[in-house]
Design a protein around this ligand. Structure first.
Ligand code: ARG
Length: 269
């Protein structure tokens, strides 16, 4: 009887031991999986708003991964500096505070280095420039800024496009509405609730491909600071200088142009 009991206890102990081995094996496997020397690399969190093709978006036909020009650029820069990148999706309007409260190490989100934002975060040099576009449905009859009189204009919350709308509102009587995500603006136009939206031209053009009922015209008065994209960092982060150095190397050796061609289809700006 006694022997039987101790055998059972032994068996349980063995199972426990094996289970413990099992987990520790798995753990060490996880730590070394992924890229070469991955376990030694520091992981930096990239904050972004993945609603902005071709900068950052999820191609649902291919999976759930966030891809795009900004993601490739971040990975290339980080790789040269010996970091790994983890991409974190959030609303555009929350990105600056994510940097401020340590939820992200840097932000690549087609973000423009405005004076207002520079009060709270630091920026790299500009890596891409674009223009604002007024997006409408094809039959809207809106061809100029003046045509927006009496119309409802949508913008993404917290963007420079929102500022642009406020500026337009000083001279043309428009009603401004904001949304958190770019596809929501597109939907509202298609549903007839918005007459127009202000969206960056390169991004708008991507949406035209799948929405032949939409059209747009660019407003060409944007400065680099107004419409350029730069990488944002927490104030006084050491990463700013590190990233800026390799960014400028990628600009001068043509690597950045290659990424522009890959994601924007040859239209090197
Ligand atoms: N360039 C504009 C800005 O800085 C819009 C960027 C929006 N980006 C995004 N991932 N939705 O305000």
């Amino acid at each position: 009887m006694k022997k039987g009991l101790s055998l059972i206890i032994m068996a349980f102990l063995m199972i426990g031991l094996l289970a413990a081995c099992g987990t520790s094996n798995n753990e060490s496997k996880d730590a070394t999986s992924g890229k070469n020397e991955g376990k030694d690399k520091k992981v930096l969190i990239m904050g972004t708003s993945a609603d902005y093709p071709p900068f950052e978006y999820i191609d649902t036909t291919k999976g759930e991964e966030i891809i795009g020009f900004d993601v490739d650029l971040a990975k290339a820069l980080a790789d040269k500096l010996g970091y790994d990148v983890q991409v974190k999706d959030m609303d555009f309007s929350g990105l600056i505070s994510a940097l401020e409260n340590g939820q992200a190490d840097f932000v690549l989100a087609g973000m423009s280095p405005t004076e207002e934002r520079k009060k709270n975060v630091d920026f790299s040099d500009v890596y891409f420039t674009a223009n604002h576009m007024i997006v409408t449905s094809k039959d809207s009859g809106i061809k100029t800024i003046e045509d927006l009189k009496g119309k409802t204009v949508g913008v993404q919350l917290g963007t420079i496009q929102e500022e642009k709308a406020n500026e337009i509102a000083k001279t043309v009587d428009i009603k401004i509405e904001n949304r958190n995500r770019i596809p929501e603006l597109i939907q509202e136009i298609k549903a007839g609730r918005f007459d127009a939206a202000i969206i960056e031209d390169t991004v708008a053009e991507g949406f035209f491909k799948n929405n032949s009922d939409l059209d747009g015209f660019t407003i060409e008065d944007a400065t680099e600071e107004e419409a350029g994209s730069a990488i944002a960092f927490p104030k006084n982060s050491e990463l700013t200088a590190e990233f800026n150095k390799v960014l400028n190397e990628m600009i001068s050796n043509g690597e950045l142009d290659k990424l522009v061609v890959k994601w924007f289809g040859g239209d090197v700006k």
